[in-house]
Design a protein around this ligand. Structure first.
Ligand code: SF4
Length: 125
């Protein structure tokens, strides 16, 4: 487990729920593409906004540093990360601050992700 590297999914470990105990939340440092519906649930956009121009919404969210990019082809928004690479919603206690409202992709990890069924488990520093 010492040699697990977030950037190298081949080093990740086979997932089991007990791995989350005492973990540093490496999964919450991975790039995150989210949907317009996720933005509404997170309170970053209104239902009216997502039924209008997604490009216009993306420009506002980029200005506010909530997203880093938007892909019109897929309609997915790349959530902006903190300078240290953490998700903007990851607290100093390494717990999600929006757990009940978290994006679908977070709910499905590690069923989906860079290496389905595996996680970048590392102990809290
Ligand atoms: S929204 Fe929450 S669960 Fe999802 S990556 Fe951010 S901190 Fe982790």
């Amino acid at each position: 487990m010492e040699n697990v590297s977030i950037d190298h999914p081949s080093s990740w470990v086979s997932y089991r729920p007990s791995l989350c105990d005492g973990c540093w939340a490496g999964c919450c440092t991975l790039p995150l593409e989210i949907t317009a519906q996720d933005l509404v649930r997170l309170g970053l956009a209104t239902p009216d906004e997502v039924s209008g121009s997604l490009k216009k919404l993306a420009r506002r969210l980029e200005r506010e540093n909530r997203i880093s990019s938007f892909r019109a082809r897929t309609g997915l928004f790349m959530l902006a990360q903190k300078n240290n690479g953490d998700c903007q919603f990851l607290g100093e206690n390494r717990l999600c601050q929006v757990y009940e409202r978290r994006p679908d992709v977070c709910r499905k990890f590690p069923e989906i992700g860079p290496r389905p069924g595996y996680c970048p488990k590392q102990k809290k520093q």
